[in-house]
Design a protein around this ligand. Structure first.
Ligand SMILES: [Zn+2]
Length: 224
């Protein structure tokens, strides 16, 4: 398992590798003092370098030019309390003690998401996907994904949006598993005047604009 973790691609950045790289850089700094002042440009093959990021950005823009703007914007965030993570922890350990484990489980889940959305076309036939995995070191990994669908599967009105998106709390009796997931992960808060210490509270109100009014129907925005 240890050998497998020394892989760094756009979708897999291992916490242990980042630590090893950091130590290597410190050692190199000490032994190459004569290089001070010499300009070095990282090629785009160096994952995460400015040239790599710019190249990826250009590729994404080329997709938009060819297939028109994306139809779906999907965000996937890491859940460190998943059973797969908890079951591997030793006595008195918390997920924070094992960022390597949390990252691996997240990566496996993301592979499954890609399989379902891109290969199996669960939400429609995909002509072009674009995604970025963010591993920002101070928080949990998350993915931003843009999906461009085939012409016949494009979503054009609220009825079609409702086919694949639900913005409601399910009935507990009918869908207990979904009800639990929505109540645990999909509801913002608690915030408001009674919870003024929450991070989203600024000048006495929520900076994300919650609570928002309920809507009886799905509506189309001006720029949709
Ligand atoms: Zn809030």
């Amino acid at each position: 398992m240890e050998d497998q973790c020394h892989v760094a691609t756009t979708t897999h950045i291992c916490y242990r590798c980042v630590k090893v790289m950091k130590i290597l850089y410190i050692e190199e700094d000490a032994s190459y003092k004569s290089n001070v002042g010499r300009r070095t440009t990282l090629s785009s093959l160096f994952i995460g370098s400015p040239r790599d990021m710019y190249q990826q950005y250009q590729d994404a823009m080329a997709l938009v030019q060819k297939y028109s703007r994306p139809d779906l914007f999907i965000i996937m965030t890491c859940n460190p309390n998943r059973e797969e993570v908890r079951s591997e922890l030793l006595l008195r350990q918390t997920p924070q003690d094992h960022p390597d484990l949390v990252t691996r489980v997240f990566d496996a889940k993301f592979e499954q998401l890609k399989e379902n959305i891109i290969n199996k076309g669960l939400l429609g036939k995909v002509v072009a996907p674009a995604f970025v995995v963010e591993f920002q070191k101070w928080g949990l990994s998350h993915v931003h994904m843009l999906i461009m669908l085939e012409e016949n599967d494009k979503l054009n009105n609220p009825d079609e949006y409702d086919r694949i998106v639900r913005a409601e709390i399910p009935y507990e009796d009918e869908e207990p598993q979904l009800y639990d997931a929505v109540c645990t992960h999909m509801i913002h808060g608690l915030c408001g005047t009674l919870y003024s210490r929450q991070s989203c509270m600024k000048n006495g109100s929520c900076n994300k604009g919650y609570p928002k009014p309920f809507a009886n129907f799905t509506m189309q925005g001006n720029d949709a």
